[in-house]
Ligand binder design. Sequence first.
Ligand SMILES: [Zn+2]
Length: 249
Amino acid sequence: MRRIGIQCAARRDRGFTLVEILVTISIIALLIGILIPTLGDARRQAKGSVCAANLHFVGVASAMYLDDHAGAYWPYYTQDDAGRWWWFGYELGGPGSGTGRPLDKSRGALATYLGSTDNRLQCPSFPYASGCYYPKFAERSASYGYNLHLSGRLRSEFVDRSARVFLFADGAHFDFGDTLNEGHYILYLQGASAPSGYGHFRHRGQAQVLYMDGHVTPQPLRGPAYAVDCGGRAGNLSDEKGSSFVYGL
Ligand SMILES: [Zn+2]
C-alpha cells in the first residue's frame, strides 16, 4: 500500500509534458475552428429568419391598411404645407436634405397597423454600421423597399397574380454616389446602372421578399448588379425567368 501511495504522489508532481500541452492546445484550436464557422452560419441564418418574420408582420399590417382603404395601396409620399408624409413616417418641414433629418415614425401610412415605432421595418442584416451607409434620418426608418409600381393602384387588379408580385423586399437606395441609404422604395430599371431603389441581396446573396398574398421567400440576384456593393449586391428583383413580372408591370 505504501508503495502505491509513493507512485501516485510522484505522478501528481510530474505535471504535464510539453507534448501533452501542445496536443491539448491543438485540440482546443481545432474545436474552435470547427465551432466558429458554425456559429457564424447560425447567426446569419437567424438574421434571415428575423427578417422574414419582420416582413410577415409588415404583410399583416399592409392587409389591415388595405381593408380600411377600399383596397387601394398607399402613395410613396404625400406633401402638405408643414412637411412630408412618407409611407414610413412624417418629416416635419420636409423634404429636407443632408443627414439626421427629423422623422416621426408614429405618423406613417402603416404606423397605426404596425403598432409601435419599434416597427420591424429594419432588417437585421442592413449595413447600418458600414462606412458606405449614409443616414438620411435621425433614426433608423425602414430598410425594406416598397414596390413603387403599386402606389395608388388597387389590390383587386392583382387577384390572379398576388403570389407573384412583390409588396416589400430587402432594399437599398442610392442617390449620393458611392453611399447607400435605407431602401424606402424599389423601382424596376432596365439594367442596373442608375442610382435608384433596388432589391438588396444582403442575406448570403439573397433578398427576402414579401409578396402581395403575404408569403415571404428569399431570392437571388438574377440580373446585373448596381456598381456599389455595401453589405451585399443590389439590383432588380425578378422571377425565375429573369422577368420584371414581379413588379406588377
Ligand atoms: Zn433582410
